[in-house]
Ligand binder design. Sequence first.
Ligand code: UDP
Length: 361
Amino acid sequence: MKITIVAGARPNFIKIAPIIKAIEKKQNEGAKLSYRLVHTGQHYDKNLSDTFFEELNIPHPNANLEVKSGSQSVQTAAIMIAFEEELLQNPCDLVLVVGDVNSTMACAIVAKKLNIKVTHVEAGIRSGDMTMPEEINRIVTDSITDYFFTTSTWAGENLLKYGAEPSAIHFVGNVMIDTLYQNLDRISAPSFWNKFDLEAGNYIVLTLHRPANVDEEKSLVNLLAGIDKMVGDKKIIFPIHPRTKAILGEQNLNLKNILFVEPQGYLNFMYLIKNSFAVITDSGGISEETTVLGIPCFTMRNNTERPETQNIGTNTLVGTSIENLKKVFGEFLANGPRKAGIPELWDGKASERIIAVLLTK
Ligand code: UDP
């Protein structure tokens, strides 16, 4: 079986790393399985792309479509045009897409129209929020997927509601967590650890990059000022996403606690998360990682496509207002972290399960 694996953006790279390892393991055992890795070039900054390939030992992509930035439609169209050419020149039996970025949807459509089977890893999750480009990507991708791999039984139920064949849905666990377990003994302190006088448990990690939080400069500045004041004398490490940086520019915000740093590589970032007092974020992936690491996580969104991080894990959905964050964070400071667990099958073996299923197809 020939598989083309697609990755376009930071969270994708983290998800494909263990899948490729699982394929290579099976190849070494003699399985008739080959893969071709296609980077669409959706994320192209070194900090958001190359670093992840190096740190997670992901092989150099066989092709880079170099689509770069653009509006939602410009980027999606550019990926489709380039990926069609790629598939016509390099035919395969199956295209595997992960997550919910534009590359996920664009490549799924191209593959399906060329009558190639589509596999979606992290299928079926839904925020119910159609203002999120990711939600549209999820729905469209799942509507043409042949083999669904899910992180929860809830995701499988969503797929059934949309009319998926029960036999096409495979609950395998979470590939993001495979990567976490595979690298936990390799994580390391970033170079600024001593300079900022960080100690385990004495600082907060902040990440913000969703349009709803960062696209309006005034409300972003208000939010940062509010967070800065809310945490007493705790330092806040803020690896600033290029999207967020572009909005803030070079202005001096006069913040006392928030320390701006570049987007971190995976190994430094997970070290920061694992040793933090708490995390404030609008990322979905980070709420999964904090759940497994048992770190309190406050998500600055009105909804989540990963309810298990809330029902079982450490995640609290805060909404986007600083007032509510202050309230929820105050309760956490007063009562301490709540009891949390790890969702079913988030055990580091999802990728192996995926490849075992694909080998039966
Ligand atoms: N991440 C990282 N360095 C950073 C911020 C994030 O390595 O500075 C990793 C982290 O493991 C996270 C993943 O990137 O789970 C995806 O983050 P992002 O917020 O970009 O995507 P989302 O989860 O919102 O799709």
